[in-house]
Design a protein around this ligand. Sequence first.
Ligand SMILES: *[C@@H]1O[C@H](CO)[C@@H](O)[C@H](O)[C@H]1NC(C)=O
Ligand SMILES: *[C@@H]1O[C@H](CO)[C@@H](O)[C@H](O)[C@H]1NC(C)=O
Ligand SMILES: [Zn+2]
Length: 354
Amino acid sequence: LISSLTGPGHHHWSYQDILEWDKDYPECGGKAQSPIDVDTQHTVFDAQLRPIQLSGYNLSTAETLELENNKHTVVLKLPGTMKIIGGLPEIYQAAQLHFHWGSKSNPGSEHMVNGRRFPGEIHVVHYNSEYTSVEKAANHSGGLAVLAAFIEKGPDYNEGYEPLLSHLEAVKDGGQITEIPGFDISRLLPQRLDRYFRYNGSLTTPPCLQTVNWTIFNQTIRLSETQLDLLEDTLHHDHDQLLQENFRDPQKLNGRNVLSSFKAPVVGRKAAGEAPPSDSDDSSSLNPGTDAHGEDDPQLGTGDMLAIIFGILFAVTAVAFYVYVRKTRKRNHRSSDSKSNVIYKAATAEENVV
Ligand SMILES: *[C@@H]1O[C@H](CO)[C@@H](O)[C@H](O)[C@H]1NC(C)=O
Ligand SMILES: *[C@@H]1O[C@H](CO)[C@@H](O)[C@H](O)[C@H]1NC(C)=O
Ligand SMILES: [Zn+2]
């Protein structure tokens, strides 16, 4: 997760030798490791978990940021003026952000939800502002706070990702570094920063230090297929090999709690008491997958009740009208029959003419 934390020995690790990580980095075999598979049936609602509040995330284009391919991921260095000022017990300042992804055939998020892995995951790494550097903070409990969000494929081009994705090509080889202009980093995260899971864990790469306060957003980020392909298929590590599937599998909870900041299973457009999502994609991205629909139906909103009442009124009117039409027709039949009796001959004559 943090490439500069490789320790004094500076051992080399890779995603091919994950099971050996704890030989050089004993904490990787610890009891509070990350990532985890979040089982939403067993998360504990905690009303104290306030919305994540960001400050200084909208960077000026005058600022330059270092973007690096460190052979494990692409890392964007962030200025300490970017902070989390709400939703955590202390103030945390940003250090860097990076991504985990899979390949065309395999999704590559690190965290999972109910056994589901997502195509990708962003980690925005912060450190407790009590400490003078991310390296120092990383050695203390509660020293780090990482904001994590899942990346999925969506129908639309995600403009907020362009200031980053457009520079991937410049760092396609392992070890390459480039400078990019500042942009609004908050647009790399979901809109809803109030719905998240919280647990205590570790760095997901060596040295796997167990000092991370994790926040995993419930709303996902959506990239177009082209954008997702670019993330998956641009970077290389050594020897011209594509850098793909840079994720670690879920680790045992070992009795840890996973808290959730929200209670309602789904925030749909018609759910009562919640601010409506600002764009129509929101409710589906809150609950990815087609099974989302069954869950927002049980409660009927005012609109649904009115629709049902008007539906019944309409049906009653339609039946009454039908009955009326039939009665009228029968009556007309009878009267035209009697009429035809009267003018029987004339009518027949007329018919024959035709
Ligand atoms: C994380 O650990 C801290 C310190 O031990 C504790 O106060 C806090 O409740 C833990 N958080 C969770 C989500 O379990
Ligand atoms: C969001 O939360 C809902 C309700 O717990 C859950 O069904 C869904 O899988 C979650 N999705 C993510 C990406 O966390
Ligand atoms: Zn990471």
